[in-house]
Design a protein around this ligand. Structure first.
Ligand SMILES: CC(C)(CO)[C@@H](O)C(=O)NCCC(=O)O
Ligand code: NA
Length: 560
């Protein structure tokens, strides 16, 4: 770390790690001392909306976004910022559709819903898809800050992977979900502080806000709304603002990490409120990272310094610029590194805890119904620990990938999260869908998503790579399969989701649609009923044939 780090920097970085472990210790020794799975995995269902909302932000805001978004804006301008449009529906729909259904069912794992609605097999498939998605994503999260720091500074690569992994494993294993949520709060504040510091210093060094504005205008970095309907165009209003809604739904609607936070809320109202409160913090976070890219552009005028680095990665270049800007300002490099690690730690800890939860609730408990609470809690802790170790192994595989980290992460979310979102939509909005349809749908959705996702990587390797922004007009239009492979990664979630719904419905009707009396009450969201609320009562009843949500379901829950 040599020339970049002074004593003040080491102190700040060490404080972050120590405070995170401290919060873990506090929750290990206070409250119920993490002796039940209710406390360890669901924070005793006692959380209020403020910590939950910051934690919702932190779950999927990792160093990948902190580095990846400025890198994207530096290279291609602010078009990516339009993903902020997707946050409206991307949070409103979870708040008013997914939370009401999932919270009322008093679940512990989101995938329990799939058993209530379809069958045990569907639940297990949903769980396995989630585990796969999260384990791969975790690798990217741990590896990204370590790799970028190593390329731009003298930070030891595998040393930082180990530090992140071990600290995070420690406080997650001893402090449970309460520690995860409260460290998220603290780490989110550090994250904002680090980004803000870089922006302030950068604006100052450029010579003021108006100078920054002049330079990014001259450099063509402020993007106008791009309404090009071509689905292979990487970033347009449609791919970001509409495709992004499905990405957001798969993360904020049905992903276990987030659902677990909703379920840990004291009341349903607090859960809904936390979803609303996540909106401004998500927008703030997006704005900070986009502005950081702009400031960087103003200061370095689009120079490419990759020749000075051991890698051509734009992500490493961002770190190089930040460290260059902050040089000679003791404490600030440390704050920025703390910001990166905060972002990473808060994401990885959510991943450990949610992985431990689904493995326990969906894969282990159903086979050992007589397991004592003490033993189940011990096993949950062992699971959190093992996933922690697995995550460090995954970091190793990530270093074999060669793509912008932001794109890698969002591709994974789309390829696996999209089909899983489709499964929940199929169950909630279509009372006719049956378990066979759900399984066939999920299988088809995953297969198609992986075909397109892996196809895009292979096609790019064989020279069909889309040209960089600005050259797109002269690029030959991809044809045939290549056109499919060049589908914008921002559409992956929507593509997977609709494939599952369509296949699921067709197969359900072929194999005999579900009958009204066989559907578990409370598992359907009366979408039709809400859409046709102006129609007379008896017609509505015909259209949405199932028990309304308002009815409590404690009776049914005893059955399971
Ligand atoms: C998931 C979104 C789009 C939500 O804003 C954003 O946080 C993001 O781009 N995340 C990238 C993945 C990551 O930061 O790990
Ligand atoms: Na995070």
């Amino acid at each position: 770390m040599g020339k970049h780090f002074t004593a003040a920097d080491y102190v700040i970085f060490a404080l972050l790690l120590a405070a995170s472990i401290g919060i873990g210790l506090y929750h290990a020794l206070s409250g119920g001392r993490q002796r039940t799975t209710q406390e360890f995995l669901l924070a005793d269902r006692s959380m209020s909306c403020l910590p939950i909302s910051l934690s919702l932000l932190a779950s999927f805001q990792s160093a990948v976004a902190i580095i990846g978004v400025p890198a994207e804006v530096y290279a291609h301008g602010t078009q990516y910022w339009f993903i902020g449009c997707a946050y409206f529906l991307g949070l409103l729909i979870p708040a008013h559709v997914f939370i009401p259904v999932l919270y009322k069912l008093q679940l512990s794992s989101a995938y329990q819903y799939l058993e209530l609605r379809f069958s045990k097999a569907v639940r297990i498939c949903g769980t396995l898809a989630f585990i796969f998605q999260t384990v791969v994503y975790m690798g990217v999260c741990v590896y990204t800050p370590a790799f970028a720091l190593n390329a731009a500074t003298e930070f030891e690569l595998w040393g930082s992977v180990l530090a992140t992994g071990l600290v995070c494993t420690l406080y997650t294993t001893i402090g449970g979900l309460k520690a995860v949520i409260w460290t998220d709060v603290f780490q989110t504040v550090v994250m904002f502080a680090g980004q803000l510091a870089v922006i302030v210093v950068g604006v100052h060094q450029t010579g003021g806000v108006s100078e920054v504005w002049r330079k990014v205008r001259e450099g063509n970095r402020i993007a106008a709304l791009d309404l090009n309907p071509d689905p292979t165009e990487r970033h347009t209003f449609w791919t970001l603002g509409v495709g992004g809604v499905f990405l957001m739904l798969s993360l904020y609607g049905v992903n276990q990490a987030q659902v677990q936070r909703y379920l840990s809320a004291r009341t349903e109202k607090e859960a809904v409120r936390s979803c609303y409160m996540a909106f401004p913090s998500l927008q703030l976070s997006l704005a900070l990272s986009c502005v950081m890219g702009l400031v960087m552009f103003a200061l370095y005028c689009g120079e490419d310094h990759s020749d000075k680095l051991a890698t051509s990665s734009k992500d490493a270049m961002v770190i190089y610029f930040v460290m260059d800007m902050l040089q000679g300002l003791p404490g600030l490099p440390g704050l920025f590194v703390a910001c990166l690690f905060s972002a990473a730690l808060s994401t990885i800890s959510s991943a450990f805890n949610s992985l431990a939860t689904v493995t326990m609730e969906d894969l282990v408990k159903p086979h050992f119904p007589a397991m004592t609470e003490a033993r189940a809690t011990l096993l949950s802790k062992a699971l959190a620990l093992s996933y922690g170790l697995l995550c460090m192994a995954m970091a190793y595989f990530t270093h074999l990938m060669d793509d912008s980290v932001l794109q890698v992460a969002l591709k994974i979310f789309g390829m696996v999260g999209g089909p899983v979102l489709g499964l929940f939509c199929l169950g909630m909005f279509f009372p006719w869908a049956n378990a066979t349809g759900a399984l066939a749908g999920l299988g088809t959705g995953l297969a198609l998503a992986f075909w397109v996702g892996i196809g895009s990587i292979v096609a790019r390797g064989s020279g069909a790579r889309p040209l960089p922004a600005g050259c797109t007009r002269t690029a030959p239009r991809p044809s045939g399969l290549h056109r499919l492979y060049s589908l914008s990664y921002m559409w992956y979630s929507a593509f997977g989701c609709f494939t599952v719904i369509l296949t699921g419905l067709v197969v359900s009707f072929l194999t005999g649609p579900m009958k009204e009396e066989d559907v578990t009450p409370g598992t359907i969201y009366p979408l039709m009923g809400k859409l046709v609320c102006f129609l007379p009562e008896h017609l509505k009843k015909k259209l949405c044939c199932v028990t309304p949500l308002g009815q409590t379901v404690s009776g049914i829950m005893n059955k399971y």
